[in-house]
Design a protein around this ligand. Structure first.
Ligand SMILES: C[S@@+](CC[C@H](N)C(=O)[O-])C[C@H]1O[C@@H](n2cnc3c(N)ncnc32)[C@H](O)[C@@H]1O
Length: 274
């Protein structure tokens, strides 16, 4: 489970420090999101859970006249996003919980998100709130992971870790796989209609550069399912995990990069308010 508290603390801090490598891991998704909104009208665009702001900045390039607001619950990530957006006046970033955020510029025409909506404590309430902040018939476009078993970077790493007792018994706890079930996504989209859920596959890049294997190992040490587990493992278990991770990463080293197949849903919907 990764909820608001983790993003406001250690997880957000690590993602902000590692924004270049987290961007790289998701970079192949951005053109698909830009294509999905290419024909959506609207000048007031909100990037939900914008993180270090890559999608917001890509939107600013693609939509010269639009005003883009990135909102995120992590102060560290918003600070990283603001640093990157110096000199881009059409983009602003706010520290805010999407479930209670209010627009200073009037209702939004278009909500977008690259993997920023799976961490809400109460998704139906958060999406209903966003629908109330939307212009009549505003559109929503977001990506989210499909099941862990379809995302080798997560399932193969989890297989190397000792089994752990689930911390919560909720069926869809906030976290990277909270929206793996498309029926659950539809249930969560309170206040939105015409929901479409389409599968999309992309290459999750974990390592590149001079030594892609070492790069991927240090990336997984900081980000993702292994990062917190590694620290709590006893020495013997950690050594065995690290050997397994090295084998896994080496097996995915092809053409100067360490890549894993990743599987997402591309979700679109219309605000049910006009
Ligand atoms: C997986 S990261 C994706 C970040 C960014 N969209 C990207 O593609 O790099 C999830 C983001 O959602 C943010 N987040 C989680 N819960 C949130 C909430 N309730 N309101 C706003 N942002 C939230 C986190 O702080 C984090 O930046």
């Amino acid at each position: 489970m990764t909820g608001a508290q983790e993003w406001q603390g250690r997880v957000g801090h690590n993602w902000a420090a590692e924004w270049e490598r987290t961007d790289r891991s998701f970079a192949a998704l951005t053109p698909h999101l830009l294509a999905a909104i290419a024909n959506e009208p609207g000048e007031r665009i909100v990037d939900i859970g914008c993180g270090a702001g890559e999608l917001s900045l890509a939107l600013a390039k693609a939509r010269a006249t639009a005003k883009i607001t990135g909102i995120d619950i992590s102060e560290d990530l918003v600070a990283a996003a603001r640093m990157r957006a110096v000199g881009v006046p059409s983009v602003t970033f706010e520290v805010a919980d999407a479930a209670s955020w209010t627009s200073a510029d009037g209702p939004a025409d278009l909500f977008v998100s690259r993997h920023g909506v799976m961490f809400f404590d109460n998704p139906p309430a958060a999406f209903a709130h966003l629908a109330r902040s939307a212009a009549p018939g505003a559109r929503l476009v977001f990506s989210c992971f499909r099941a862990a078993r379809d995302n080798m970077w997560a399932s193969e790493i989890a297989r190397l870790l000792p089994p752990s007792k689930p911390a919560v018994s909720a069926p869809f706890p906030p976290g990277p796989f909270a929206f793996a079930d498309p029926d659950h996504v539809r249930t969560c989209l309170s206040g939105w209609r015409d929901v479409q859920v389409e599968p999309l596959d992309f290459a999750y890049v974990a390592g590149s550069g001079q030594n892609p294997v070492a790069d991927a190992l240090s990336f997984f040490d900081r980000i993702g399912p292994a990062a917190s587990a590694i620290r709590t493992l006893p020495d013997i278990a950690r050594a065995s995990f690290e050997r397994g991770l090295l084998d896994l990463v080496q097996s995915r080293h092809v053409g100067g990069r360490v890549c894993f197949p990743a599987a997402v849903w591309l979700v679109t919907a219309t605000a049910d308010n006009g």
